[in-house]
Design a binder for this molecule. Structure first.
Ligand code: AP5
Length: 195
């Protein structure tokens, strides 16, 4: 099965993606984790993107698309993926779609975690106390939330018109959100059996 998570910074995409991947035996792919790994390892890509990450800005599409192609294809061959953080704009989704269809790795279901802004800020400020993430401070958190509203939210309309879009209340406790997401995925005809 091939699932995409959409949600604002702090909505719980990473937290839930790990649980979904574990439950269904598929691979969790996080664009943010991959990008942060490059920065931590000071690779050539890492040096190009660290300012974008620290500022809460989107990394250029070409870099993200190149970085994700291989892991997405490999995960699809191994049973599927839960993709967290990509695509993040309608432009990225439109660029990836024809390639993904040709390779037989296109997203089947999109899960949107809806969480009020005040709770998003609370979670990220709390995490910022010990996450070591360069973008977990209040000023950059607020900027990331603006970037999400401007660039990522429009993807909901884009996906509502094509793949199955499931919206879950992400403000519940972690376990309740997991239960709701897993139940919703199990209810999608053919998805789980699809492998
Ligand atoms: P990315 O790593 O994707 O970060 P993000 O979208 O800002 O999301 P977060 O990781 O902060 O939150 P999350 O929704 O995963 O929540 P989490 O589970 O961690 O992207 C970072 C940067 O990389 C971007 O700003 C951009 O620069 C770049 N980038 C990434 N993808 C890109 C792309 N495609 N194109 C261009 N640039 C890209 O949870 C957050 C906290 O809340 C945790 O402490 C968690 O324990 C807690 N929590 C989770 N769920 C709950 C709950 N239900 N109740 C209480 N607490 C909870």
């Amino acid at each position: 099965m091939r699932v995409l998570m959409i949600g604002a910074p702090g909505a719980g995409k990473g937290t839930q993606a790990v649980r979904i991947a574990d439950r269904f035996g598929v691979t969790h792919i996080s664009s943010g984790d991959l990008l942060r790994k490059h920065v931590a390892e000071q690779t050539a890509i890492g040096r190009q993107i660290q300012q974008h990450l620290a500022a809460g800005d989107l990394v250029p599409d070409g870099i993200v698309l190149d970085l994700l192609r291989k892991p997405i294809v490999a995960a699809s061959a191994a049973g599927g993926y839960v993709l967290d953080g990509f695509p993040r704009t309608v432009q990225q989704a439109m660029a990836a779609y024809p390639v993904a269809v040709e390779l037989g790795v296109a997203v089947q279901v999109v899960v949107h975690l809806a969480v009020p802004q005040v709770e998003l800020e609370r979670r990220l400020v709390e995490r910022g106390a010990d996450s070591g993430r360069s973008d977990d401070n209040l000023e950059v958190i607020r900027y990331r939330l603006k970037v999400y509203d401007a660039h990522t939210l429009p993807m909901l309309d884009y996906y509502a018109g094509r793949e199955q879009l499931i919206t879950v209340d992400g403000a519940m406790g972690v376990d309740e959100v997991s239960e709701a997401v897993i139940a919703a995925l199990e209810g999608v005809p053919g998805l789980v059996a699809d492998g």
